[in-house]
Design a binder for this molecule. Structure first.
Ligand code: ATP
Length: 366
């Protein structure tokens, strides 16, 4: 078991800066997820830790040891790739045993470890088969099994579920979470899928354009995103954003979004006060846009009228897309709500949950 430290790590591929000055500590036994859009540098961050890419600047430590110059095989890590990279001509047993044989682990020990791992993953009956005789989900488990038998200090996984269909992915997600609990080892996991990140990570590192934008627990990222990018990336449908001017009128504070004006609750005014008279970006999550008839108790509603543009009936809710003259937004409505495309509807923004961001720096105002 081991912690992992990135200390001002940069990776350049010629002109391209894939990872920029990454500083991050992953605690022993933690499940850290790197998440972000394609090309943000998450795979490169993992591959440098695995020793598959050289580090341009900075240091990576596993435990107390700087591993910049340690060959991959001596780093005591195991990696599961998106492609699984199983040897097609070998049985599952041999695929799992292969690395241990290379290390000259005694035969009985190999047998025990392969069977133990197969037991944990429920693939005992597949050990004699070759990869092409397996389904995608079974292959994924064999690939994980091959990592488990190594008993590594750190598990690395790069999009291991992306080849699975949606249903299997949900199941495999919870299997990997359980595996993490069972093994009690540090896991570092890469995905572009924010739902995967939210459901699996004990902490999530959100990256964009090679930069770490925020690292926090899933709930903190959701409740207190530090900037517009994280606010928009975490949550589905995405947070609604409105360009607004923060104004004071008769001792009250408002976000003036041109088409409508919403009042800032009293308890939140002191924090926002320095921005009065300035342009800000207001963020409201779709789940905080309600039909006033069905709004939950205890919210601080501000009424906003808008035209219903599109409805998506989800069963448990109606995702409702609205437009006003200059903007558009989404609400997640109670399924009992009566809305029709084309009608004008009054919605209730829960202002106790509203986010304001500095328009220039894009940072949350707190
Ligand atoms: P994806 O989800 O698409 O895999 P990612 O977030 O994992 O994306 P990386 O694969 O880490 O992103 O790539 C980060 C940046 O570095 C990208 O701009 C990519 O084009 C660039 N890059 C990655 N590998 C190389 C390479 N071997 N040579 C040149 N550029 C590279």
């Amino acid at each position: 078991m081991a912690s992992v430290t990135y200390n001002h790590v940069t990776k350049r591929f010629g002109e391209v800066v894939a990872v920029s000055d990454l500083t991050l500590e992953v605690a022993d036994k933690e499940f850290l997820v790197f998440v972000g859009p394609s090309g943000c540098g998450k795979s490169t961050s993992l591959r440098m830790l695995a020793g598959l890419e050289e580090i341009s600047d900075g240091e990576i430590l596993i435990g107390d040891r700087v591993v910049n110059d340690v060959p991959p095989k001596d780093r005591d890590i195991a990696m599961v790739f998106q492609s699984y990279a199983l040897y097609p001509h070998m049985t599952c047993y041999d695929n799992m045993a292969f690395g241990l044989r290379l290390r000259k682990v005694p035969k009985e020990e190999i047998d025990k470890r392969v069977k133990d791992a197969a037991g944990i993953l429920g693939i005992e009956n597949l050990l004699d088969r070759k990869p092409k005789q397996l389904s995608g989900g079974q292959r994924q488990r064999v690939a994980v099994g091959r990592a488990i038998v190594r008993d590594p200090n750190v598990f690395l996984m790069d999009e291991p579920l992306s080849n699975l269909d949606a249903k299997l992915r949900v199941q495999a997600r919870s299997e990997i979470s359980k595996l993490h609990q069972k093994l009690g080892t540090t896991f570092i996991y890469v995905t572009h899928d924010q739902v995967e990140a939210m459901t699996m990570g004990t902490r999530i590192a959100v990256m964009k354009d090679g930069f770490l934008k925020q690292v926090d627990s899933p709930q903190t990222l959701y409740d207190l995103p530090g900037n517009i990018f994280v606010a928009g990336f975490i949550g589905s449908p995405s947070m609604n954003f409105f360009d607004a001017a923060l104004i004071e009128d008769n001792g009250r504070m408002y976000a003036d979004c041109k088409d409508f004006r919403v009042e800032i609750p009293e308890n939140r005014r002191p924090v926002f006060k320095p921005y009065v008279g300035k342009e800000v970006v207001m963020g409201v999550r779709p789940e905080h846009v309600h039909d006033p008839e069905y709004q939950p108790p205890g919210i601080q509603p501000a009424l906003v009228e808008a035209k219903v543009d599109v409805l998506e009936l989800m069963g448990h809710e109606i995702t409702t897309y609205f437009t006003t003259e200059r903007t558009s937004f989404v609400g997640r409505f109670d399924p009992r709500t009566k809305v029709m495309v084309g009608m004008t509807k009054t919605t209730a923004f829960d202002m106790s949950r509203v986010h304001l961001f500095d328009k220039q720096t894009e940072l949350a105002i707190r």
